[in-house]
Design a protein around this ligand. Sequence first.
Ligand code: NAG
Ligand code: NAG
Ligand code: NAG
Length: 483
Amino acid sequence: MLFLFFLLIFKDGVDSMQLDMVKLIEENIDDTIDPCDDFYRHACRKDQSRGSTFFYVIQRSFWKEMNDLMRSGKNEDLFRKIEKLENLISSLKSDSFDDTSAVRFEYMEKCINNKTRAREMLLELNKLIYNNENGDCCFTNIDFDTNCERSATNLVNGLKEHLVNGLEMEARENWKNFLGYLNNFKAYLWLQANNDLVIRSREMFTMLRDDFMESVEQTPWLINSDSVKAVIEISNQLKLVDTELVIDFNQNQVDASIQEYNDCHLFTSETARKYCYATIKVPETDENWNSINAFNFHPYLSLNNPFIAILSSNSTPAIEYGSVGYVLGHEFGHTLIKTKSDHMFIPYFSEQVKTCVQNQFNKSCSFFKEGLCHTGDYQFDENGADIFGGQLVYEAFKKRHSCSVNKSIRGYEYCWTPAKLFFYSMAAVDCHREDSVSWMDDPHHAPKIRVNAVLAQIPDFAEVFQCDAKSNMMQSRSVSFIC
Ligand SMILES: *[C@@H]1O[C@H](CO)[C@@H](O)[C@H](O)[C@H]1NC(C)=O
Ligand SMILES: *[C@@H]1O[C@H](CO)[C@@H](O)[C@H](O)[C@H]1NC(C)=O
Ligand SMILES: *[C@@H]1O[C@H](CO)[C@@H](O)[C@H](O)[C@H]1NC(C)=O
């Protein structure tokens, strides 16, 4: 089983920016909403402009940096080739073969104006589709027909019969995977160039793993069920992966694809070229790790590059713990939190904890829903990992930075303390403008519910924001507060 933090789609970057995480967080704040009434919508305004949410900005900046790196120095040549392929893939995607009017138009134009060119087009298609060089079969029969309109129709029907549908879909799938493959490669180069950040993310991982094991030793249901030793053992197996998973990039395969691409270029007919591109064999790819921001695939735990990039912005520990740390904490949670039917490594799981977690999400739903808001068994692994991860990382933060939690951070519009920033950055990584809803096919709860439910389970939240007992954030706490 693969457990994710959430799914994200990367977009390519356009502008470069020196990121100030605190400022990004400030820009997402909605002052008309009291943090004690609805922290998520206070920290994540609905009316922000498209593309200005915290994590989106970070991703965009990260991809920009990654592409700049590719364009520079020793990677330049490879980058050019890759860029060409990427552009081709984009054009294939937007240019469906189902739309046969372009084929019809090309053939008609040639048939009417120059029969030799029309015949060349048919020969090219024969070669491509039937592997037939001498031209005495297949599509070539079409040009015995002097009625250009009718022969164009016959050509289109012939192509449809032999090519479209299955082949096209397969080709697109291949290309899509290949695009992911190329992204993996870029990300790999970025990681190599930013080894200091990789080291820091590993340090954070190790620190949280130590805290994780400590919390395991103090967890009543694990102690009572004699499961501490088992959990410590599996926690010891966990390791953070980054470069290992993308390192299998095979440049020979890429070169072979580029060669095929260049061969397709030689076809003079546009139709033939297009079909040729669609049949290029692209390298077999692993999963596209880069479309996943973090996962726990025992024993591998992975944190993807945009999160590692957060560590590069000289932000405060509060932001690093609240964002990067929280995501890691969530993934650690997956090692411990399991639905009853999926114990995997843990011999026993506490029903009490499960009820507590699900009640909290259900209650948060009734206070904060913005549309569909389900709390079902299918979400338990994620809901539990959220709550566990939030608590784990907040405790880690307090333990190491308690002397500074109330210290003010100057130079910003808002009056910041590290403790406040910690909570805001938790909300920031899951901030979306759209209505926050839960889906039956996604085990992650609605982003807004995730954030507000986790904060409801961290007692210090109320203290930091001085929330009144009557406020929504306090009222939405589950009866069995602290799971
Ligand atoms: C027709 O096309 C062929 C091949 O492209 C070319 O050699 C020939 O000159 C063209 N004929 C006319 C009349 O344009
Ligand atoms: C969730 O809360 C609603 C009330 O808002 C309640 O009717 C329902 O039974 C609860 N569901 C679960 C699974 O606890
Ligand atoms: C931080 O401030 C809160 C009150 O605002 C106080 O209760 C808490 O003890 C302070 N923490 C530290 C570490 O000084």
